[in-house]
Design a binder for this molecule. Structure first.
Ligand code: ATP
Ligand code: MG
Length: 215
């Protein structure tokens, strides 16, 4: 079993996330990609961030009927991105017969990994698939890996692979650049403009019905 874990706030999920999920699943021959909306600490009010349950619901609507794309509420119990370690350990426990995990993340978010709890342990629990993002080159990732994580990565440049001494790898993966962000979608909504074709129809319908992100 090869399982991709695609974390994010998904406020809301959009076609950039979904297309990246599809391309990565195919490129790495993953059995499925699990979208993991991040919870936020209940006491922390983040402006404009919808409740976990609503963001989860929209991911559900987005992947409905897609056999290889699924959604998990695993992060509900572990608020904050610093707790990815717990999520990864939790998913390992959920597959007692073994699972190979691929943590899917944009290079922008990956470079913040030193802020995560126990982040070093992650490199002996899962692979990382690091997607390129506008403004970043592969060199940014390589420098970061050697300087901040370990000087002992082995590089296989043709495959975009950096093998960690712990046995797991970091892969750099360019995906089709759809210049869509949740921030942009929220702004369109605030300005009373359409979000059509940026998010799946079911998501659009739901957020219009609920009046999400409007003024
Ligand atoms: P926001 O604008 O609120 O930051 P976002 O669109 O960046 O939202 P996130 O939920 O923050 O979405 O992103 C989740 C993950 O998806 C991150 O790893 C991010 O790098 C990646 N990602 C975001 N937008 C895209 C896109 N258009 N194509 C591919 N990956 C994306
Ligand atoms: Mg973002």
């Amino acid at each position: 079993m090869r399982l991709g874990l695609f974390g994010g706030t998904f406020n809301p999920i959009h076609h950039g996330h979904l297309r990246a999920g599809v391309e990565i699943r195919e490129a790495f021959d993953l059995d499925r990609v699990l979208f993991l909306p991040a919870a936020v600490p209940p006491h922390k009010e983040v402006r404009g961030l919808l409740p976990f349950a609503e963001r989860l619901k929209m991911v559900r609507l987005a992947v409905a009927g897609q056999r290889h794309l699924q959604v998990s509420d695993a992060e509900k119990k572990n608020p904050g991105k610093s707790y990815s370690i717990r999520t990864v350990q939790y998913v390992h426990r959920a597959y007692p017969r073994g699972v190979e995990l691929f943590f899917i993340i944009g290079v922008d978010a990956f470079l913040e990994i030193p802020l995560w709890k126990d982040y070093r342990k992650l490199f002996s629990l899962c692979h990382f698939i690091v997607m390129d993002r506008p403004g970043y080159r592969r060199g940014h990732l390589a420098d970061f890996l050697y300087q901040e994580i370990s000087p002992d990565f082995k590089s296989y440049s043709r495959k975009g692979q950096y093998l960690h001494p712990g046995g797991y790898s970091v892969f750099f993966k360019p995906v089709t650049r759809l210049e869509i962000s949740s921030t942009f979608i929220r702004r369109l909504r605030r300005e009373g403009r359409s979000v059509r074709f940026l998010v799946p129809e079911a998501v659009e319908e739901y957020l219009l019905k609920k009046g999400f992100y409007g003024e």
